[in-house]
Design a protein around this ligand. Sequence first.
Ligand SMILES: NC(=O)c1ccc[n+]([C@@H]2O[C@H](COP(=O)([O-])OP(=O)(O)OC[C@H]3O[C@@H](n4cnc5c(N)ncnc54)[C@H](O)[C@@H]3O)[C@@H](O)[C@H]2O)c1
Length: 376
Amino acid sequence: MSADADKSADVDQRAASLAHEPEEPLPPHLEETPGLGVVVIGAGDMGLRHAEHWQAVGARVLAVVDPDLERAGAVAARFGAAASATPERALADPEVAVVSVCTPTHLHARLVVAALDAGKHVLCEKPAALTLRDALAMRDAAERTGKALRIGFMRRFDPAFETLMAYTERAGRPLLAQATITAGVRPKRLMHDALANGGPIIDMCCHVFDLWERMFGGEPNAVSARGYTFSDDKPELAGISQRALDSALIMLEYGGGSVGQIQVSWGLPSGIEPVERHTYVGPAGLVTVDWNRHVTLRDASGVTRWRSQGVDPWRAEIAQFRRELLEGAPREVPDIADGIAALRVSLAVLEAIASRRVTVPAEVADMEEVMEEVEA
Ligand SMILES: NC(=O)c1ccc[n+]([C@@H]2O[C@H](COP(=O)([O-])OP(=O)(O)OC[C@H]3O[C@@H](n4cnc5c(N)ncnc54)[C@H](O)[C@@H]3O)[C@@H](O)[C@H]2O)c1
C-alpha cells in the first residue's frame, strides 16, 4: 500500500473507530470532521499546491472554486472534484469540513468570513489580509464561530527555519540580523498591485516578520524604512492603478537589543533569478542562510553546515493542520493572531516610509490611512 493510501486508510479507520466509541466524549471538531472534505478556493499556483497536499495527507478534495472556470475545472479534474465559479454551493455542502483560501490577498477576508460562517475550518494563505480592518474581521469571525482559522506561514515547517533557530541560539544575543530578498519584476501583476497582493513589503516580508517574531520573542518595538518603486519604467506593469512600493530598506528593533535589517526588491529586470540570503551575527557566532539550500554556523567549535533535504513545508503544514483537526494534536499551524502580528509590522514599515518617522507596530494605523499618507 502506498504512503498516501496508508494515510487515507488511517483517516477512514479513525473515523470508523470514532463512530463505534459513543461513550468516549469527542471534542466538537472531531465530530464534525470525519473524512475531512476540503474545498480549495483559488485555482492558481497555491490552490493546486494545497489540493495536492490535502489529497496526499488523506483528505478528499471535493470542490475547486475559481471565477476562471477553465482553471477551476483543470485543477478539479486532477482530484475528481467539482468545479465552480463561486463558493456558495461548496460552502453549503455538509461533507466539507475545511476550506483552503488561495486567492489574491485582497479577497481573503470576504472568503474566509463566508467559510467560517458556513461552519468550516479555514487554512488561508499568507499574508492574512491587506488591512487591519479585514484581518480583525477574520479574527472576529473565527471567534464567533469557534472554527479554526490558520494562516499559511509555511516556513515554520521548513527544516531550514528549525536549523536557523537552533544555530542563532548558539550565536547568542543580541543578534544583528540581515536579510536580502531580491527578484525581477514578478510575472503576476497582482503582486505589484497595492490593492491586490500589496507588493513585497506585505506579501514577501511577512515571512521574515513572522520568523523574526519567533526568533526575538515578540514584534519589533521600533521600525524605520525607506521605500522605492524601481519598476516605474517597466512596461510589464503599465496600467496598474496603485503600484505598490517594490523595493525597501527596513530596520527593525527588537527587545533585548537585537536588530533586523531587510533589503528587499522585486524591481529588478524581469527574469533575474530570485535570491534570499540571511546573515546573523551574534557574540558567539555567525550564521549564514541561503534560504532553503544551506544554513551555516561559524563559531568557536568550527563550521557546522546544514543542507536542505528538499522537505516540502506546505506538505508538513497541511499534514499538521489535519492532525490538529482529526487527532486533537497541539496547535502548531500559525493562526490569525500571527497573521495580524505580521501585518502590523508591514503596515508599520509602510507608515515609516510614508512619514519618514520611526513607527511602532503596536500603534500602527490601517493601510488605507497609510496609503493616503503615501499619496499626500
Ligand atoms: N506561502 C507562500 O510562500 C506563498 C507563495 C505564493 C503565493 N502565496 C499567497 O497565495 C495567495 C494566492 O497566490 P497564487 O500565487 O496562488 O496566485 P495565482 O494568481 O496563481 O492564483 C490565484 C487564483 O485565484 C483566483 N481568484 C481570483 N478571484 C477569485 C475569487 N473571487 N474566488 C476564487 N478564486 C479567485 C484567480 O483566478 C487565480 O486562479 C496569495 O495570497 C499569495 O500571497 C503564498
